[in-house]
Ligand binder design. Structure first.
Ligand code: SF4
Length: 781
């Protein structure tokens, strides 16, 4: 995930628009038929992919034309590196993009970035492929037919005029946006309507954490978690190394305390309590299986044990129910947390606001606010407001909304009761999609105004308040798309380029906070570095709004399930996250880091559940919700380490258009077709999401399983999961040693070679003896 080589050699450039135009206009975009491509991507429709990925095929012959005017600093064939920001998700990781002849070739993390520290996840790495996706819209669309920007703008402005006169409701829906410039543009666009709101809808939301802080701290914020300062971490379901909020940042921070050395033989303690086996759980020191519905009760017991240490009454009352985890486990966790007061962290991915309030109370009791948890410079990486989304659904049903704008998310795919919502949306007089393809929602939008790919556009990010970064175009737009900033400006009656809008915003809002004297030099440096950090060097003093916030006694009743009922754990898969990336075959092909399954989602169950119900891997199960009005049929996967009475299912599958991958795939021996004709990749589990009063719950109870009698063979890159070497298969005469070497921290403190494999005997023999003399030049030696 990290490339130090780039750091050392970073020959970083900033692209000025005039230079960029010169480079990019000189670029010859080859027609698809001129390219020799890998058959897989060719069939899937990634027509220009060869430009980005290269391959084993012989490269096509091209004629090189010199640029009529060579832009300053650009040498044809020479790779230049630009600082930018990853737009794959709202985490806002810093990037270094290698660009050659006007095309982005490779991306690596930016080591100096204050959060990601040189890391980059698979989604970020796979992003360039999205540029060349033939399913990206090439033009603005009007009623599903190709149109022009003039025509769609005319239609939208006419529709808005009518809405404005009738004082109708305008709703603008986006996923989390951390861009200060884009947020300001959306606000500016909406101010002219009497009833207009920006609704932030995250397909995988953390809304309950923000709501809980509104209750306990008086401001709706997502705190910024500092894992590198935490000596003890207790996570209830938060897969912070895989998908939770800012996984690249958290991995870098968590890692700093996980590498003991002979000079500092210390490492943090990390306990993970979860229903499914997550990437984070697989790395924990202690891992406990529990139903996500029991997290509140577990926290109540933990709070009671901590209150005993603090000599005060329990903050959530003394739970009367039976503890979901053994008492000694909770007492041990409480003791570790108490001894690491101010250097500990309790986190949870629960979407239950009461549970998150209890998490806050525990962290407050431990003195973690201001140390491992920052609310002064909070995170903006998840801003979804489920309460607003639920209210929007009601407004849609009551036909209140007169104009709906949707950018960067697919409302209908990612919410339950899809048909009802679709039906309600169809009745809206003006529907505008700013999506880049025909997704569920776009298919009934009146106008589609496709946005640039983030590698084609100017933009900014503020993933944590005070930490700003820029993204810059690394290629000229490949299609007739338009930056969302320019679309908003156009609908606000201004004709400004995205670059001008961005620069003006930084000049008027960001620059005055810097204390710098000259804007031009500040701007040039910001574009060159790709980031500006306005935060003070240390968080400083504790920053909770009250010194004594108290939680009223909260009851967390144990959820009673019949033996034939289950809790469903809906989760984002590592490397796919949500439906936005479902068209990227690299990410579909990427095996899940735990199960090693590619191309499909599945219903994971525990070995005990499988034995009890007589279920084998690949048995197709029918999973139904409690009301029985939503079900999917999906193959089972037996996952050791999974909690009993919990079924887990990845979100982000069953996306419209993924039937493009039908019956394609490398022609390997035993190759398995991805999906059949007309079938989508995986099943959409969003129909199971439960709409609660103020939140979207991803763990509905009362789920039933039924075997259908059919089988489905899941594609997996690994079938043997045991890491033990039986002694009888060791090479004859060779030493027998475990594949994984392990030791305890105590033993390591006494002896730093403890757990390290013994030195192998290294043969002194030469691999290339005298009868193979080395002469002349050598490659790879
Ligand atoms: S976590 Fe998000 S922003 Fe960071 S590299 Fe991955 S996709 Fe990009």
């Amino acid at each position: 995930m990290k490339n130090d080589r780039l750091t050392e050699n970073a020959n970083r450039d900033s692209v000025h628009p005039e230079d960029q135009t010169g480079v990019l206009e000189g670029l010859e975009i080859l027609p698809p038929e001129a390219l020799s491509r890998r058959s897989f991507l060719e069939t899937a429709g990634f027509t220009l992919s060869v430009a980005a990925i290269g391959g084993c095929d012989r490269a096509p012959q091209h004629t090189a034309h010199p640029l009529p005017e060579q832009p300053a600093g650009v040498i044809p064939g020479r790779t230049r590196i630009y600082a930018s920001t990853c737009g794959g998700c709202p985490s806002g990781c810093g990037l270094l993009v290698s660009v050659r002849d006007g095309r982005p070739l490779k991306m690596e993390g930016m080591p100096e970035h204050g959060l990601s520290k040189g890391g980059l996840c698979a989604v970020g790495q796979a992003s360039p492929l999205g540029l060349y996706d033939s399913r990206r819209l090439t033009q603005p669309m009007f009623h599903e037919t190709e149109s022009s920007w003039e025509e769609v703008d005319r239609t939208i402005l006419g529709g808005l005029e009518a809405v404005s006169k009738s004082k109708g409701a305008v709703r603008f829906v986006t996923p989390t946006i951390s861009s200060p410039t884009l947020k300001a543009e959306i606000d500016r666009f909406l101010t002219r309507f009497s009833d207009a709101r920006h609704i932030v809808f995250d397909a995988v939301s953390s809304s309950a954490i923000l709501d809980a802080h509104e209750t306990t701290h008086g401001k709706r914020v997502l705190p910024h978690y500092n894992l590198s300062a935490a000596k003890v971490i207790v996570s209830l379901g938060a897969d912070f190394l895989g998908t939770w909020i800012s996984p690249v940042e958290f991995t870098a921070a968590w890692r700093t305390r996980r590498s003991p050395s002979p000079s500092t033989p210390e490492m943090s303690f990390h306990a993970q309590i979860e229903g499914r086996l997550s990437l984070t759980g697989s790395k924990a020191d202690r891992r406990y299986r529990a139903s996500p519905l029991d997290f509140g009760l577990i926290l109540a017991f933990l709070a009671e044990a901590l209150a005993a240490h603090a000599g005060r009454s329990p903050i959530a009352g003394s739970p009367k129910e039976e503890s979901p985890l053994p008492k000694e486990v909770l007492l041990d966790l409480a003791e570790r947390l108490w001894h690491a007061r101010g250097e500990s962290l309790v986190i949870s991915d629960s979407q239950d606001v009461e549970t998150q309030i209890l998490v806050n109370s525990i962290n407050f009791m431990l003195g973690n606010y201001g140390n491992t948890i920052d609310t002064t410079y909070p995170s903006q990486q998840r801003q979804g407001n489920d309460g607003d989304v639920i209210q929007l659904i009601e407004e849609l049903r009551s036909e209140k909304v007169q104009a709906l704008f949707v950018a960067g998310t697919d409302l209908t795919h990612n919410l339950p009761k899809r048909e009802v919502i679709s039906e309600a949306i169809r009745k809206i007089p003006l529907i505008v999609s700013l999506g880049d393809r025909m997704d569920d929602l776009s298919s009934f939008a009146h106008c589609i105004c496709p946005d640039h790919h983030w590698l084609e556009s100017w933009g900014d990010y503020e993933p944590v308040v005070g930490l700003l970064s820029l993204s810059q175009p690394t290629i000229a737009p490949l299609r007739n798309t338009r930056s969302i900033l320019e679309s908003l400006a156009s609908w606000s009656g201004r004709n400004e380029s995205a670059y001008e809008i961005l620069r003006n915003h930084w000049k008027s809002v960001v620059f005055p906070q810097t204390g710098e004297e000259l804007f031009d030099s500040f701007w040039d440096k910001a574009v060159h570095d790709g980031r500006v950090d306005l935060r003070p060097k240390s968080i400083g003093t504790p920053n909770h709004s009250s010194d004594s916030f108290e939680t009223s006694v909260v009851r967390f009743p144990k959820v009673a399930l019949r033996p034939d009922q289950f809790v469903l754990d809906l989760y984002p898969r590592v490397g796919l996250t949500d439906s936005r990336h479902a068209h990227n075959p690299w990410l579909q092909e990427l095996p899940d880091p735990i199960s090693k399954v590619t191309w499909d989602n599945y219903a994971a169950i525990s070995s005990a559940t499988a034995a009890r119900l007589g279920i084998a891997d690949g048995d197709v199960l029918e999973i139904a919700n409690e009301a029985g009005d939503f079900l999917v049929q999906i193959p089972a996967l037996i996952q050791p380490g999974h909690a009993d009475q919990v079924v887990s299912l990845a979100l982000g599958y069953g996306v419209k258009g993924t039937d493009r991958f039908a019956r394609i795939g490398p022609k390997w021996i035993e190759a398995k077709h991805t999906v059949g004709p007309g079938q989508l990749v995986g099943k959409n589990g969003a129909g199971f999401i439960k709409l609660r009063e103020k939140s979207l719950s991803y763990c509905p109870a009362g789920i039933t399983l039924k075997k259908t009698g059919r089988k489905y063979s899941l594609a997996t890159t690994q079938r043997q999961h045991s890491l033990e070497i039986p002694r009888n298969v060791a090479p004859h005469g060779a030493e027998v040693r475990d594949v994984v070497q392990s030791t305890t921290l105590e033993a390591f403190r006494r002896n730093s070679t403890s757990g390290a494999p013994e030195r192998h005997h290294v043969s002194a023999g030469d691999l290339w003896p005298a009868d193979h003399p080395k002469t002349g030049h050598h490659w790879g030696w």
